[in-house]
Design a protein around this ligand. Structure first.
Ligand SMILES: NC(=O)c1ccc[n+]([C@@H]2O[C@H](COP(=O)([O-])OP(=O)(O)OC[C@H]3O[C@@H](n4cnc5c(N)ncnc54)[C@H](O)[C@@H]3O)[C@@H](O)[C@H]2O)c1
Length: 219
């Protein structure tokens, strides 16, 4: 995992008895995160449209009185604002994930990634909630210098190759997160955007097709 940046640790909620909103919480990472938080005695609201997520992923947390599930799109501003108002912090994981999905539905990929993140950041800023934005190691592009660094120059594939829309979109998400931090975060400790670049991760409940490392696939 890449190092964190644009962080202000002071603005994080204390560990105990907080309510976390997890967008895309029925997916691979979100469902494991939900389990972990519920086990730790926290309260969790999952917002997911179940486009790729599955209800079975949440079977262990559904019975918990500390768990709430909302089936809707992260692009629905009214829903996000309502949930944001009632939570303490946000893990924004909702995205169109998986090589085949990106190739089959590039419009949805771009819209969910960029517009969904815009809705979440705007709402988090409005309600002064810390938010974690999940980016991707795809943003490193074709760089070969090891170790990678967020400040490295990036060589990206052409826009005529559909699969790169995921990487570009995640890059715009990073710009958005940093822009909200720079433009609004300096004024208030609670308006903090944190983001990190995930590398490909697999494990229980992971859809095999989606777990293929993106770099291995050129359209
Ligand atoms: N798992 C990895 O290897 C990896 C690598 C790099 C980045 N990431 C990022 O981490 C995050 C989580 O990845 P994951 O592996 O859990 O993916 P996943 O596909 O398992 O989960 C994504 C979830 O988002 C939901 N979703 C999609 N569009 C939505 C929308 N418009 N509204 C609400 N929910 C929506 C899906 O139904 C799904 O449950 C994503 O942002 C992804 O880009 C993951």
């Amino acid at each position: 995992m890449a190092r964190l940046y644009a962080t202000r640790r002071a603005s994080y909620p204390a560990a105990m008895d907080k309510r976390f909103l997890i967008t895309g919480g029925a997916g691979f990472i979100g469902s494991h995160l939900s389990e972990r938080l519920i086990r730790a005695g926290q309260r969790v609201i999952v917002l997911d449209d179940f486009s790729t997520g599955r209800i079975e992923n949440l079977s262990s947390v559904l019975p918990s009185q500390n768990f709430q599930l909302v089936r809707d799109s992260v692009e629905n501003e009214l829903t996000v604002n309502t949930l944001m108002a009632s939570c303490d912090a946000v893990f924004h994981l909702a995205a169109a994930v998986g090589v085949q999905l990106v190739l089959d539905e590039p419009v949805r990929t771009i819209r969910t990634t960029i517009h969904g993140t815009e809705v979440v950041l705007d709402s988090a800023n409005r309600f002064a909630r810390p938010v974690l934005i999940t980016s991707s190691s795809e943003v490193y592009g074709k760089g070969t210098r090891v170790p990678f660094d967020e400040d490295d120059d990036v060589v990206m594939g052409p826009t005529s190759t559909t699969r790169y829309c995921y990487a570009y979109s995640k890059g715009i998400d990073e710009f958005l997160g940093l822009a909200y931090f720079k433009q609004y975060g300096l004024a208030c400790d609670h308006r903090t955007a944190v983001q990190y670049r995930r590398t490909a991760t697999g494990g229980p409940v992971r859809d095999g097709a989606a777990a293929i490392r993106h770099r291995g696939t050129e359209e």
